[in-house]
Design a binder for this molecule. Structure first.
Ligand code: BG6
Length: 518
């Protein structure tokens, strides 16, 4: 066991290396490409999980040649490696990078991409290698790009799905139920569902992947994972950053679309779904769909009692004064966009009947924290009189997704001293203390899976529909009650706080409170 206090004894690790393929990134001069995608691909390359013969073609409107794009990529990677890149590896990697510029709605752009791909496939002697097209452009271009790819014959597969052509789509996938269905129809005119990889980067996070491993690779949790033992579940996805440079996008989106519809509901699905028969993409996604479609729809007459929205006001974070949302650059000074939401949900199935799920997410909150808190029921009777059953704190299991990845279980235990003396003891496991070294970034996992044709960690269209079906009535109700005094009003919370009091009330009413770490 060496210095490892927890006693990790190795395990079964299976990783498959992809065959040669070409990855085309649309939106290659954009932020996501350089912040996440290029570093993730380089990381895979260093781990020998990006095939020697694979190539990357960046595509964007910005005029650039291969050399200019390589230089931009080099700068990106120097920042990523903190100036400590292995120069040889970096230069090898850069040779695999190419660039095609042109408007996304112009057929000649796709002709050039096609010629580039053919040239590359000839050079690497892999005719008909697999292809990944990554759409990292504004969402209104998705339909056009896929249509043009279709017209250019760039996504054509035979009936067996070969040679494979996969398309990765960044969120947001529509802005409500109708628009997501419309987008889906557009994509499905050209692509099969098996070719569409809808990304939710939370699913690529190690600790989010761990939810299923923990639940279904251990026998001890399943018997207590239900309404007989669990009192309530909280899911928090809090950020301390504000809207940053994304005013244009955020003023259209707001928190419910940006975080709830995807990350928060996906975490809920993983925590609450039934065991799939196998860890195979459609089996896992079938269970998620079943779960999401079992969430009780918000009651129209009391929607605002079960979901609260708010916007950040000025405040202090880490000792620094920060502006309110309406004072941020590019934001409408009278904006009614929410930067925080908290909801109380119930799942109508046998397992979860009567267990409230409290979900919240917000920007400019006290600290960055994503966690799932499972509070168990108290003991039915105390034998330790005069200590009463209600004096004994319930067991709490915290699955910490970020930033201090790990899990903690609080139990009651004897404290030294008097015969009757007990208190909470926390068994605390931190990933970083046990698994030293770099953890793979979410995008690394997801890009690799797409190159391997594994859709398990991607969202299927019916999953997206379930999520929008639940939230679209809320968005509509907010839209229709936009004056500051109405029931669905937009509350304020100070930046650096844990959100508005009204969100606390959501739990107090049921006799609970949010876990708000210092
Ligand atoms: C993105 C949202 O999907 O997730 C951002 O669009 C948010 O608004 C981000 O900041 C949070 O991701 P992470 O991995 O930093 O928790």
């Amino acid at each position: 066991m060496g210095e490892n206090p927890i006693g990790w004894r190795g395990g079964f690790c299976v990783e498959v290396s992809p065959v040669p393929n070409t990855l085309v990134i649309f939106g290659a001069s954009g932020d996501l490409t350089h912040r996440k995608l290029i570093p993730a691909l380089f990381s895979l390359y260093r781990k020998k999980l990006f095939h020697e013969k694979s190539r990357i073609i960046g595509c964007a409107r910005t005029l650039m040649d291969d050399d200019a794009f390589r230089e931009k990529t080099r700068q990106t990677l120097k920042v990523f490696c903190n100036g400590k890149c292995d120069e040889k590896k970096l230069e090898e990697f850069l040779k695999k990078v190419f660039y095609v510029s042109g408007p996304y709605d112009d057929t000649s752009t796709y002709k050039r991409i096609s010629e580039r791909i053919e040239g590359i496939e000839e050079e690497i002697a892999c005719p008909n290698a697999g292809r990944v097209y990554y759409l990292s452009t504004p969402v209104n271009l998705y339909g056009t790009i896929v249509e043009c790819l279709g017209e250019a014959g760039l996504v054509t597969e035979n009936y067996e799905g070969l040679p494979w052509r996969n398309v990765i789509i960044e969120k947001p996938f529509g802005h409500d139920l109708e628009s997501s269905k419309k987008l889906d129809r557009e994509l499905r005119l050209i692509l099969q569902e098996r070719q569409i990889y809808r990304i939710d980067h939370y699913l690529g996070k190690e600790t989010v992947q761990n939810i299923l491993m923990m639940r279904f690779a251990n026998r001890i949790f399943e018997p207590i994972w239900n309404n007989h033992y669990i009192e309530n579940v909280q899911i928090t996805v809090a950020e301390s950053i504000g809207v940053e440079h994304r005013a244009g996008y955020y003023e259209q989106a707001g928190l419910l679309r940006d975080m709830f519809q995807n990350h928060v509901l996906q975490m809920l699905a993983l925590v609450a779904m039934e065991a799939p028969p196998s860890f195979e993409a459609n089996k896992v996604r079938d269970e998620k769909v079943k779960l999401l479609s079992s969430i009780r729809p918000f009651n129209k007459d009391r929607i605002f009692e079960d979901i609260v929205r708010a916007q950040y006001a000025p405040g202090i974070i880490d000792g620094r004064e920060v502006p309110g949302y309406r004072q941020e650059e590019g934001i409408n000074p009278e904006s009614m966009i929410e930067t925080y939401a908290a909801a109380r949900l119930f799942i109508d199935n046998w397992r979860w009947q009567g267990v409230p799920f409290y979900l919240r997410s917000g920007k400019r909150m006290k600290k960055r924290l994503s966690e799932i808190v499972i509070t168990f029921k108290r003991v039915p009777h105390s034998i330790f009189i005069p200590i009463r059953a209600q004096d004994l704190a319930p067991n709490v299991l915290v699955l910490n997704v970020q930033p201090e990845e790990g899990l903690a279980l609080t139990i009651q235990a004897k404290q030294p001293g008097p015969k009757l003396c007990m208190g909470g003891l926390t068994l605390d496991f931190k990933y970083d203390e046990v698994f030293k070294g770099e953890k793979p970034e979410a995008y690394e996992r997801l890009l690799l899976d797409c190159m391997l044709g594994d859709q398990t960690l991607f969202i299927r269209s019916d999953n997206i529909e379930n999520a929008w079906s639940l939230l679209t009535p809320v968005l509509d109700a907010w839209q229709n009650s936009s004056d500051e005094k109405s029931a669905g009003q937009l509350y304020k919370y100070s930046s650096g706080s844990w959100g508005p009091e009204e969100a606390d009330d959501l739990m107090y009413r049921d006799g609970y409170s949010w876990r708000n770490p210092d």
